[in-house]
Unconditional design. Structure first.
Length: 601
């Protein structure tokens, strides 16, 4: 059954036979009027606390697409066999199970661990540690009423064109030089630090499609290598999708995790998530489940939920939560972190605290990443005092820690190491809960870093730079970062420039030109030293140009552009966005063409 064909039947097109039949024999003409009725049930389900951005018709189409993707009986099948009689779709019965209301959906029943054994020192110590973690976000002193689990346990084999089994055998090579490229590619994949562009260029030297000449292990390693990125970008997405297209052409099996990565790239590659990215993610998900027959797991739904929330499609996000529970998939640590962000956007501070309490209750590891998500959610929910309270408790709890972490990877600032630590906590905690090893689980929680990092300070600085304008509090946080040797990440410079543009340029303002010059020098030094999460893009450049225009003069803003331009290699779209801002601030006739245009080359 096609959900889109239901709308086709409502088109007002008259039957050409009807007038002629009535003219020739009026007695045989049907006299009973036909009235069409429309059901609005699909578009009336809107969260009472959310102001949905999407239109009712857009919501109807999105919900219909989601329900079609989850209906296994009506998935369209694509076979390589031809001249077959197509199967006639049949009407199906709707599920008798009703969708739970909002209170029931927020409930995490079925996720609580079994009752611990009563008595004993270990039990008391575990209860004390759990109470300490819960108390970190209990701001009002009241009792309140992100890789995931092994997806290989889910059977994703199917008989379709993109899922023909994992028994691929490499094709014989045509040229002797291809042996060299394959050996070189395998060697490059053994090093995680190998640049992705070099790996992809080596792969593209093979005859098209190159995947047919590689064994299965090499294909999986290639996709895994290209999927690990610090931040998704259009170039990274194109590289990954290009190999998936080759696998589709060669009828090579694509696993569930690889499909999920494709959905992630489609939704997050542009940085800011819009309706177009949501549609791209849904199209990949449709190909995954509807055409390839690979059933998505909780990681897939987590990615879709996160994309929907960041795009402001809150009704769609609720639909993914319903689908998660309909498939009887359990929440995991990364999904709960996404739920914290969701409740913060919905400005529901109590739901933020309840989600955190549930995370502690089920035994997930609480580390700095989780606490950063709590602080960010509370700031978005309009509770900055509660966020500052959590920040102070993080510092106090870190000072009370006496158990050193085993291994050096827990304290490195490299993004790969932080990613590895997060996955280790997620996997290890789930395994220890499954094996009922309470003592080892408590030790793992003691090892987890809880101290504020650069991301924590950046969240608070962002709030004061964009909301309160309290530069004195910002200076206190920056000085605290220097004292604790916490590096300033690139996003902090961006929000500081935005703060100068918002609160500077007026008499008696604390956002003075001298402070802007010091911040600009600091930013250039961070770029030179390649500080964490610090890179050149149109966002910090435009923010800096606006700040100098606001606090100083037009000439100083243009000279700042001349300072930064030689070291920047932008694409055409980024360069045009900066040039548009320069043209907006340039008031001298002809100055732009003489002083600025030459710098764009």
């Amino acid at each position: 059954m096609s959900l889109l064909r239901t709308l086709d039947r409502t088109s007002a097109v008259s039957q050409p036979q009807t007038p002629y039949l009535g003219f020739l024999c009026p007695v045989l003409q049907q006299t009973k009027k036909f009235q069409r009725s429309f059901s609005h049930a699909a578009i009336k389900h809107v969260l009472p606390t959310a102001r949905s951005r999407e239109s009712p018709m857009e919501t109807f189409f999105i919900r219909a697409l989601v329900r079609a993707g989850s209906c296994s009986k009506h998935a369209s099948r694509i076979h390589t066999l031809r001249n077959l009689v197509p199967r006639v779709p049949q009407h199906h019965k709707t599920r008798g199970k009703q969708v739970p209301d909002l209170d029931q959906r927020l409930d995490t029943r079925g996720l609580k661990t079994k009752a611990e054994r009563k008595g004993g020192v270990l039990h008391k110590a575990g209860d004390f540690a759990k109470k300490e973690l819960k108390a970190m976000v209990d701001y009002y002193g009241i009792d309140l009423d992100t890789r995931p689990e092994d997806d290989n346990m889910i059977d994703d084999d199917g008989p379709l064109i993109w899922n023909v089994g994992d028994n691929h055998e490499p094709w014989p090579l045509r040229d002797a030089t291809d042996y060299y490229y394959i050996r070189r590619l395998k060697k490059m994949l053994t090093d995680d630090e190998t640049p992705h562009q070099e790996v992809f260029d080596t792969y593209k030297k093979l005859p098209t499609p190159g995947v047919v000449y590689l064994d299965t292990d090499t294909i999986r390693s290639l996709l895994r290598h290209l999927s690990v990125v610090e931040r998704p970008s259009p170039v990274a997405m194109q590289r990954f999708m290009s190999i998936l297209d080759d696998m589709k052409s060669a009828h090579i099996h694509i696993t569930q995790s690889e499909w999920t990565t494709a959905i992630y790239f489609a939704g997050r590659c542009m940085g800011t998530v819009s309706g177009e990215e949501v549609a791209s993610s849904l199209n990949v998900w449709r190909d995954m489940e509807h055409r390839a027959g690979v059933k998505g797991g909780f990681v897939t739904l987590n990615v879709l939920f996160d994309v929907a929330v960041k795009a402001g499609k809150y009704v769609l996000a609720e639909t993914f939560l319903e689908e998660l529970r309909a498939r009887k998939l359990k929440l995991h640590r990364h999904f709960r972190v996404s739920m914290l962000y969701y409740h913060g956007v919905m400005q529901n501070g109590n739901a933020v605290r309840q989600t955190y309490q549930d995370l502690v209750e089920v035994g997930d590891i609480v580390d700095t990443v989780v606490m950063n998500a709590v602080i960010s959610a509370l700031l978005r929910a309009g509770e900055p005092a509660a966020a500052e309270h959590v920040f102070e408790r993080m510092k106090k709890l870190d000072a009370m820690k006496t158990t050193p972490a085993p291994g050096h990877r827990f304290f490195l600032n490299n993004w790969r190491d932080r990613r590895a630590v997060g996955l280790h906590f997620t996997h290890q905690a789930r395994q220890l809960r499954r094996e009922k090893k309470a003592e080892e689980l408590k030790e793992l929680q003691d090892y987890a870093p809880i101290a504020p990092n650069s991301r924590t300070y950046s969240l608070l600085i962002r709030h004061h730079a964009k909301v309160t304008g309290d530069i004195d509090r910002i200076n206190e946080l920056l000085q605290e970062m220097r004292d604790k040797s916490v590096k300033v990440e690139g996003t902090t410079f961006v929000v500081m420039f935005q703060g100068f543009n918002a609160f500077g340029g007026v008499r008696y303002s604390s956002w003075t030109p001298d402070k802007l010059e010091r911040m600009w020098t600091w930013f250039l030094l961070a770029l030179e030293n390649k500080a964490d999460r610090t890179w050149l893009s149109s966002l910090p450049i435009i923010a800096a140009i606006k700040a100098f225009k606001r606090c100083t003069t037009i000439e100083r803003a243009l000279s700042a552009w001349e300072e930064i331009r030689p070291g920047w290699q932008p694409n055409e779209q980024e360069l045009e966005s900066v040039m548009r801002e320069l043209r907006r601030i340039d008031e001298k006739p002809g100055f732009f063409s003489k002083s600025v245009r030459g710098r764009t080359r």
